[in-house]
Structure formats: structure tokens, C-alpha cells
Design a protein around this ligand. Structure first.
Ligand code: XIL
Length: 356
């Protein structure tokens, strides 16, 4: 058994992460900044934030050519006041787009112009203040094929049938707009080595060979379970992206638990299962130098997308409860980030038994 660092209740995620050379972040919604417990917990625990929705297309370009940076700017201002980095999310997706874009029936040349203008305007607005962008979000299906979308072939920006070419174009335009920003491709179900992450790997390797400006990949990590093989597969997956010289960010981790119609846990012992999942994933990230940021999709169960997304079947997915009290997952995450479990292979033997 490992000796466990003496974590006091005063120990914060951001202090531990900083010591391990990691960024620890959460998505945020600026409407809640006026709530003292929200703002205090956020500033105390995290050194990175990402807008949950405020920098998505529907928010930033609600009418064609008319940009609104109000909500995004509030996040950047909050972050700067509290010494936090801002991770931008996202420039291109087939979801969360405004009606004018989604149902606009534009031609390919028009769409190319719309996309270029959007990427240029948003990235330039935040140049020097947003250190990294999810340039393109969720382009592959479960089999590793490029999804049929507005940007690809409906009708696409002129590269229909040319697979990752439109993604490459988005990265080039983002890089032109802010050559210093780190540029990421972000997706879900790409945590393990599987058909989808193989496709992502092939794309990124091709980009690296051809000088396409990409710096990293984001693994979303929306989980409800985690078996041991998934954990070693995650480690191998991170290692192969690191082998391409890329950074890996865990971008949207949550661990959704089964709940009843009042949002109460069906199995209270799940809190401990959840804690172990957070700890193990964080430890895998912390063990590899290429994994430079660990982020959760929200931090308080008061505000999480999971109950809505699962139609009430799941909830309590984050590390602080509805009243901003730390759950077992919070201390476990802290242990994971502190590299308490340095090797995945020996994970059982080295189980840390201190704390909760
Ligand atoms: C979700 C937000 O949490 C919701 O509030 C919104 O209604 C839809 O988007 N993958 C992503 C995130 O990349 O942007 C999504 O966020 C969750 C899944």
C-alpha cells in the first residue's frame, strides 16, 4: 500500500494540480457567477475554466455576421481575476448552432465563407486570452467514419467526400487567427483504443505529417462505469497520442449515477464507486506528461447537464453536491491528480486507503 499524502480539508484541487504541473478545470455558466458559493468554490478549486455553452456558435453568432461576446467575455474576466486559464469550446460542431445557420440552406462557397468568418472573428476576439481551443467537436461516428453534417456534405464547405479535409481547413483558419493558441480536436467515446479513436489517431497522424496546425486531442470522458480494461486502454491511448507529440486533455469528465425521480441515488454506495472512477482516471492522466489538463463538465450537482440529457434517469455526476459540499469523488480526484497511483498496471496493489 502506498503512503498517502496528508491531504487536509484545506487542500484544494488547484493547489494539488499545480504542484503536479497540471491544469484542473471545469465548464462554467456565467449566469451563476453572482451566486457566492458557485463563484467561491470555482475560484478556490480550479485553475482553468471552459464555457459550457457561451462560446458555442448559437451564443457567439446569433445572427449572420453579428457577434455577441457578452457571456464569453464574462467568463474570461472572471478567469483573469482569479488567475485561471480559459479553454475555448468550440468553433465548429453540428450541434448548438443558431437557426439561421442550421436551416439556412447555404451553398458550399457560402458555408466556407461563413465558417471562415466565424472562426476568424471568434478566435481573434479572444486571442491572447483563450490559451486553447476545441476547434472541431465530434466529427466521427462510432465506426470511425466522418459524420454527415452541414460542414462535411450537407452540402459542406466544398470538401464533401474528402473526409477530414474540412477539419484540416478549420484548423488552418484557427491558426491564422491566433498562431499562439493551442488547437485541439475534441470527441466522446475516444477514451479507449477503439474504431473511433483509431480514426481520430489516423487523422491526427496525417495532420502532423502534413503540417496541419494541431496541438492536441480532447477526450470528453462522460462516464457511468469504468472497467479495469478500459483504464489500461485509456493509458495506451493517451500514450499513442503523446507519441505523435500531442497534448491530451481530459475535457468533460462526469460520472453519471442512477437516480430516482427525485434525483436521489438508487444505490448510495455508488458515491464510492464514483470516487474510485474519478481517482483512477485522474491518476492515469497525471502519470503521463502529455496529459496536461483534467477537466470536469461542471463541478456542482446543482448544475449539470446529466439529468436533462438522461431524462432524469441519472444524476449526481460531479464532485461537489448540490450544496457545494465535497463528495467522496472530490477527495479521490485530489488523490488521483497528486499522482498517488502512479502506475495503472499495479493499480490494485497500490490502492491508496487513506482519505474517504
Ligand atoms: C452540452 C451542455 O452541457 C448543455 O448545456 C447543452 O444543452 C448541450 O451541450 N459534448 C460537448 C459539450 O462537447 O459541448 C456538451 O455540452 C456535452 C457533450
Amino acid at each position: 500500500m502506498l503512503l498517502c499524502p496528508p491531504f487536509s480539508s484545506a487542500q484544494t484541487l488547484r493547489a494539488v494540480a499545480a504542484r503536479a504541473g497540471l491544469l484542473v478545470g471545469t465548464c462554467v455558466t456565467p449566469e451563476h457567477f453572482n451566486e457566492p458559493q458557485y463563484a467561491n468554490t470555482l475560484a478556490r478549486e480550479f485553475n482553468m475554466v471552459e464555457p459550457e455553452n457561451a462560446m458555442k456558435w448559437r451564443a457567439t453568432e446569433p445572427a449572420r455576421g453579428e457577434f455577441d461576446f457578452t457571456a464569453g467575455d464574462r467568463i474570461v474576466t472572471f478567469a483573469e481575476a482569479h488567475g485561471m486559464k480559459v479553454r475555448g469550446h468550440n468553433l465548429l460542431w453540428d450541434k448548438y448552432n443558431p437557426g439561421w445557420l442550421a436551416t439556412g440552406h447555404f451553398t458550399s462557397p457560402q458555408l466556407a465563407e461563413i465558417m471562415h468568418n466565424h472562426i476568424r472573428t471568434v478566435v481573434q476576439h479572444y486571442a491572447g486570452r483563450v490559451f486553447a481551443w476545441d476547434v472541431v467537436n465530434e466529427s466521427f461516428d462510432a465506426h470511425g467514419n466522418i459524420k454527415s453534417t452541414l460542414w462535411y456534405d450537407q452540402p459542406g464547405i466544398g470538401f464533401a467526400g474528402q473526409k477530414t479535409r474540412y477539419i484540416e481547413q478549420a484548423f488552418r483558419w484557427a491558426h491564422e487567427a491566433d498562431p499562439k493558441a493551442l488547437l485541439f480536436y475534441n470527441d466522446f467515446d475516444v477514451e479507449a483504443v477503439n474504431a473511433k479513436s483509431d480514426a481520430m489517431y489516423a487523422m491526427v497522424r496525417d495532420f502532423r505529417r502534413h503540417g496541419v496546425p494541431i496541438d492536441g486531442v480532447g477526450l470528453q470522458m462522460h462516464l457511468s462505469n469504468l472497467d479495469p480494461s478500459a483504464l489500461s486502454s485509456l493509458a495506451a491511448n493517451i500514450a499513442r497520442f503523446a507519441g505523435l507529440g500531442l497534448q491530451v486533455h481530459i475535457t468533460e469528465m462526469d460520472v453519471a449515477l442512477p437516480v430516482d425521480h427525485n434525483g436521489q441515488l438508487l444505490h448510495p454506495e455508488d458515491l464510492h464507486r464514483q470516487a474510485q472512477i474519478y481517482r483512477k482516471v485522474a491518476a492515469v492522466c497525471a502519470a503521463q506528461p502529455a496529459c496536461t489538463a483534467f477537466q470536469t463538465w461542471g463541478f456542482t450537482d446543482r448544475y449539470s447537464w446529466i439529468p436533462r440529457f438522461t431524462h432524469g434517469a441519472k444524476g449526481q455526476a460531479l464532485v461537489f453536491d448540490k450544496n457545494y459540499q465535497p463528495k467522496p469523488a472530490d477527495r479521490a480526484l485530489l488523490q488521483g491528480l497528486a499522482r498517488v497511483t502512479p502506475k495503472v498496471a499495479g493499480e490494485r496493489k497500490q490502492e491508496c486507503r487513506c482519505g474517504k
